[in-house]
Design a protein around this ligand. Structure first.
Ligand code: BG6
Length: 475
């Protein structure tokens, strides 16, 4: 009973929320650099305000983030001290191809990640690499219109060939796109898409989605060709929509919301679009930009595992009057009277994780990987910088227990679990530093002030024990 012996415990981050050093060693500018702190951030992420250059009136947290570019040795040593078996991180595309369309890569960028992976290996930490965590070179956004353009598949392929060959033997686990279903929710953040006034937003988003799905299948193909040991996963933002009532209309609404996200994973796991999506697109008059060979590519190069993020469940209703939503990983949700919410209104639901694991496993019968889960909270350090984050320990222990139940009682095959933000990082949705997820406190505030000093929180020792006991001791 319990987790498999080789269960991959660890943590997950993304390049733009950690590295900083946005203009060092020839790195180019990316969409994710241009998300400002403050009230306009959401409109930028949604592709409603055009932000293609830095504007002096804003503060851009990704420029510095937690400067992991210069601190990665120290940070990986701390992860190793907790006993990490895996560290999920993403590549900044623009470190490797600063513009995205060059013929030759930037050696400094390639070397940076090679050193980083070697540092992980030094401690027997398996890197799990997200090839694109919401990351698109701005040159590709400006010159080609990002993923609405088929040429993106070629640029992404070039990146994949480079990294699979260069990191062969160093990296075995890959994820093609972070939270691929976010293209529909936050198109600029997720895919570098700014929707022009004359454009039909759905057409742009589904066109871009198709290109990403083709690129993902191509990446899977190349990864397996370069090294048959490679394991490639997809990645879903799971939002576990619950119907607000037992009114069949609400049940149907929840099903539709769920399908909207699952269709991406259906393509990546089953190799073809589900009928409900094809019908929906037909009704909307949208033609997917299939070219010769796409159908076979999608069918033949499906993923090895299904990764997903899970923070909270959500509640949906068919009633158009029900508009009083609260927070939740870019998915609007109605309040759930049975649940408490985090400081940011994300409703805390450990059983929802077990439900989600079961839903995904029932649907695909593929090994699953919980690649993001965690609690964003306001931490108040004492004078020495120490945080007693019992609320985080409670959240995580309840979620790990629910995951263990899914394994023990429901027979779900789970490969691993990476806590989101094992070290405090910049929040993707708000750009804040004060929304902290880490086991390690970073002295930096929303305005970028602070020493960047790292200090272990109470949860650090707790997670170390969880890993040492392979998830048996969660108290
Ligand atoms: C996921 C993203 O959506 O949620 C991460 O993959 C993000 O990049 C995480 O940081 C938590 O969201 P937030 O907004 O609290 O940072």
């Amino acid at each position: 009973m319990g987790f498999r012996e080789d269960f991959l415990w660890g943590g997950a981050t993304s390049a733009n929320q950690t590295e900083g050093a946005y203009n060092i060693d020839g790195r180019g500018l990316a969409n994710v650099d241009l998300a400002p702190l403050g009230e306009d951030r959401e409109a930028v992420l949604m592709g409603k305000i055009k932000m293609f250059e830095f504007d002096d009136k804003y503060n851009y947290p990704a420029k510095q983030a937690i400067d992991m570019f210069h601190h990665y040795k120290e940070d990986i040593a701390l992860f190793a001290e907790m006993g990490f078996k895996v560290y999920r991180l993403s590549l900044a595309w623009t470190r490797i191809f600063p513009n995205g369309d060059e013929e030759e890569p930037n050696e400094a960028g390639l070397q940076f990640y090679e050193d980083l992976f070697k540092e992980c290996r030094k401690y027997n930490i398996e890197p799990l690499v997200t090839i694109s965590h919401f990351d698109v070179p701005m040159h590709l956004v400006k010159e080609y219109g990002s993923w609405r353009n088929r040429k993106m598949v070629d640029f992404y392929e070039r990146l994949c060939k480079e990294i699979f060959n260069r990191y062969k033997g160093l990296v075995k686990y890959w994820i093609t796109f972070n939270e691929i279903n976010m293209v529909l929710e936050a198109p600029f953040l997720a895919a570098g898409l700014y929707i022009e006034e004359h454009e039909d937003a759905d057409t742009v988003k589904f066109t871009a989605s198709h290109h990403e799905l083709v690129a993902s299948a191509l990446a899977t193909k190349i990864a397996h060709e370069v090294d048959p040991e490679n394991k490639v996963g997809c990645m879903l933002a799971a939002n576990a929509p619950y119907p607000r009532t037992c009114n069949p209309e609400d049940i149907w609404k929840a099903k539709q919301v769920e399908n909207q996200s699952y269709f991406f994973i259906d393509v990546q796991v089953r190799g073809e679009y589900p009928a409900f999506t094809l019908k929906e697109l037909e009704r909307k008059g949208i033609t997917l930009p299939f070219v010769e060979g796409d159908k076979e590519l999608l069918k033949q190069h499906t993923v090895d595992f299904v990764g997903f993020s899970y923070y909270s469940s959500s509640v949906v209703s068919a009633d158009p009057e029900m508009t009083d939503t609260i927070g939740g990983n870019l998915f609007p949700s109605l309040p759930n009277p049975y649940l408490k919410a985090s400081d940011w209104g994300w409703q805390i639901d450990p059983l929802g994780l077990r439900i989600t694991l079961n839903n995904i496993y029932d649907r695909y019968q593929k090994p699953l990987f919980v690649v993001e889960n965690g609690l964003g909270a306001v931490d108040v350090p004492d004078k020495a910088g120490y945080v007693e984050d019992d609320y985080r320990i409670k959240y995580l222990s309840e979620h790990i227990r629910a995951m263990r139940d899914a394994v023990d009682y429901d027979g779900v095959d789970v490969l691993g679990y990476t806590v989101w933000g094992p070290i405090d990082i910049v929040s993707a949705s708000t750009g804040e530093m004060k929304k902290r997820y880490g086991f390690i406190y970073v002295d930096r505030d929303d305005q970028g002030q602070g020493t960047l000093k790292r200090t272990k929180k109470k949860s650090f020792e707790w997670y170390k024990k969880v890993i040492a006991t392979n998830g048996k001791d969660l108290d």
